[in-house]
Write a protein that binds this ligand. Sequence first.
Ligand code: KIV
Length: 271
Amino acid sequence: MKNVKTFKKMKKDGSKIVMVTAYDYPSGKFVQEAGVDIILVGDSLGMVILGYEDTLKVTLENILHHTKAVRRGANSTFIIADMPFMTYNLSIEQTKINAALLITEGGANAVKLEGGKPSRLDAIRAIVDCEIPVVAHLGLTPQSINVLGGYRVQGKNKVEFNEILDQAKKIEKAGAFMLVLEGIPEELGKKISESLSIPTIGIGAGKFTDGQVLVYHDILGMTDFKPKFVKRYAVLNKDIPISIKHFVAEVKDRNFPSEEYIYNPIIKEEK
Ligand code: KIV
């Protein structure tokens, strides 16, 4: 299994790191078979699995439940579990307990949290002090949606640009081993990636980050909304309903089950 040292070396060698989200046993199995370097059990599960409008209602129990399932499907891939909203914001003690649960019960190898302000740096330091690897997340941080005023690209003016760059440097100093950069101009993604020795993983952050991450359902075209940064490699939001409609029609028309799907042994007299 790849690990924090492998990822650092991949950055040094200029070898791109691929992260994909997964939320259950089959998606874990598929992404591992596809050869991803890292699986993220993201709190995006609130939207793509649980049908919430945003990620704010996701609980630690949700992430734990899904991380365990992903681990059953992907036993040889490095897994990062997202820390949900308000599970690392209340106290350092609670933060450590929550991070530890994702590792000990969930089977994750690392945890991820959002933001770079001083209290987040304290949280990163505290978790790292427990020997738990931490991934940070800057730019468009979905847990701050109500403060950011929507899903908007961040760092578009000089003040924000420099603030995010400054936070990225502090995050590295605080001990995070990786940084996810979401929804920022390519120029900022490049600047941060060149300024840090830890790998950066981009989602809507341009081509210069050390790796890329996309949400499983976006890659497969299972969602209706397609942001600019998403490339779909399949269109399952069309193929899935077509397949189910086909089944419905065949049952209604008495075409399913046909002979090949039916058990028809000759019933013996004796046992
Ligand atoms: O929750 C998630 O899936 C994420 C990725 C979009 C980086 O945080």
